[in-house]
Every structure is written in C-alpha cells, then in structure tokens.
Design a protein. Structure first.
Length: 302
C-alpha cells in the first residue's frame, strides 16, 4: 500500500516578518549568539522539531521564545517553533535558488531579511484588486462603510476610586437622588453640575461634546451609546465613579460613498489576497521540505 502523504499545516503568515517585530540589533544579537544558550552536563539540547534534514533543538526554540510573548509558556514555545519552521523553510528555498548570492550585506536591512524579501517578491504574486473587485466588495458589505455614530453628552461625575467600595456605594446613591430630582426639575442640571461634579467639565456645564465610539473609556462608551435622548434613567458606572448623564443629541453615521472608501477597500483586499498567496506558497514549501514535530508542539499549547 502506498504511504499516505502527511497533512500540510497552515502556518500563520505573520511569522514571516517576525524579524520586523523586534529591533535589528536584537535579531543580530540573537544570530550572533546562535551557538550559545542553555547547556546540559556535556549533552546537546534535545530536538523534536525537524524541517527536511534541519534539526531545530529545544535550545533554538528557547532562544526564539523571547520574541513571542504569550499567556502561557506552552503557547510561547509553539509560536517560537512555528516561526523557526517558517524561517527555515524560507532559508532552504533561498539556498536552493541561490538567492543569497545576489544579496549584499549593508544598510539597515539584514541579509536574512533582504533574502526573504527578494524570495517573496520573486515567487509570490502581488496582485492589486481591480475597481470592479472593490465595487463588488462595497456592494456586498453595505453596513461596513458608514461614518461613526455620534452622541452629544453632558454629565455629572460623582467620583469614587474603583477600590473604594463604600465610596462607590455612596456615589451611586447620590447619583440616583440627583436623577430623581432632575426628573421633576430638569432645569437644575447646570446647577447640579457646579455643585456636585468631580469632572473638570463642570466649568463648561458638564459638556463632553460630541463623542464617537471608542473615544471614552470602554465601560462608559458601551453604556452611553445605548441611551436615548434626554436624561438617563440610571447612573452610568465607570472606573471614575458614577455619572448622571444627559444626552442632548444622537447622530447615526451616514453611509459613505464608494469614492470615500475605495482606497481602504483596495488595501484590505490586496492584503487578503497576499495572505492567501503566501499561505499557498508556504504549503508548497512544506511539500518540498517535510516538517516533523510541529503538530505535537502545537498540541501541547492547546
């Protein structure tokens, strides 16, 4: 029976440019000391990862992990191993094609990075989407191209630190009392701002002006954009305390014309196409240079 071919892994493209995520000095130091690292008592570091005939040892992975911070050591190890696999696939292909001979040392770009750039420019098509492609994407995604929603807000901040439980309880109680009074006498809002607010905006009547999504702190942002026009019926909590909020106006973002977003769509589609082309190219390299051991390392990170 013929031996079945191993499943090709999809290797994330971002690690191709992993050298750009740190300074050139850090990478140079990394390669300069490539033969250093943890030593056992007269024993070589174990190795469970292979690309073709190339051995990638645990010491290699440990050195690479400093460039791949993660929530767990296992995830950092898997990210580092994946980056080393992709780099080795590219190095072997550069060597096979003799491209390193066409790259000279010098300038701000390291020889390794220059060789990778030359390889990808030569082997991976950089296709720019047509205007028809962009118009089709625009028509298929009408909700993505709107000006931001806006809300015009005044507020009274009853300040209390996040770790002051009693202070926050009192701030909420006071905010609820002010809201109850304002429901009966809304004209007192400006007076209450001057008397009670702990925000510098008190000198402008509590005006925060027009806010777009994402401009305020996240917890405040999430709540105020759910409010209707007028006095909010409940205190809005944030890390600063409790807010009595008055919404003066709401504006839904207008639909943007195609000409306003054409370049944004073109850049997005070009990136998507390039990512797919790079992924396919890496899969082709895995057919030429067998990768062994990465599955087990990644499984240990899940």
């Amino acid at each position: 029976m013929a031996e079945s071919k191993p499943r090709l892994r999809e290797l994330p493209i971002t690690v191709i440019d992993s050298g750009k995520s740190v300074t050139e000095e850090a990478r140079a130091h990394h390669h300069e000391h490539a033969d250093e690292g943890p030593r056992t008592l007269g024993q070589a570091a174990p190795a469970y990862l292979f690309v073709g005939e190339t051995v990638i040892s645990e010491a290699d992975i440990a050195r690479e992990m400093q460039f791949h911070r993660a929530m767990t050591p296992e995830k950092s190890r898997a990210d580092a191993a994946r980056a080393l696999v992709v780099r080795e696939l590219l190095r072997l292909e550069i060597q096979r094609l003799g491209l390193q001979e066409t790259v000279q040392d010098g300038g701000s770009e390291a020889v390794e990075e220059a060789s990778i750039r030359l390889l990808l420019e030569r082997e991976v098509e950089n296709r720019v989407p047509s205007e028809d492609d962009c118009r089709r994407y625009y028509a298929q995604n009408p909700t993505r191209f709107h000006a931001p929603d806006r809300i015009k807000v005044r507020h009274i901040l009853l300040g209390a630190p996040a770790d002051d439980i009693n202070g926050r309880f009192q701030a909420r109680e006071q905010a609820e009392k002010l809201i109850a009074e304002l429901k009966v006498q809304p004209h007192l809002f400006a007076d209450f701002v001057l008397r009670h607010s702990d925000c510098p905006s008190k000198d402008e009547g509590g005006e925060l002006g027009w806010l777009e999504r994402g401009q305020a702190t996240p917890e405040f942002d999430r709540q105020v954009f759910r409010l209707r026009q007028g006095l909010a019926a409940f205190p809005v909590e944030s890390r600063w305390g409790y807010h009595v909020v008055w919404v003066d106006a709401l504006e839904n973002g207008e639909e943007l014309a195609f000409d306003q977003v054409h370049q944004r769509i073109s850049d997005y589609l070009e990136l998507q196409v390039r990512q797919r082309e790079l992924q396919q190219y890496l899969q082709g390299l895995q057919e030429r240079y067998e990768v062994r051991g990465l599955d087990a390392i990644e499984a240990g990170a899940t």
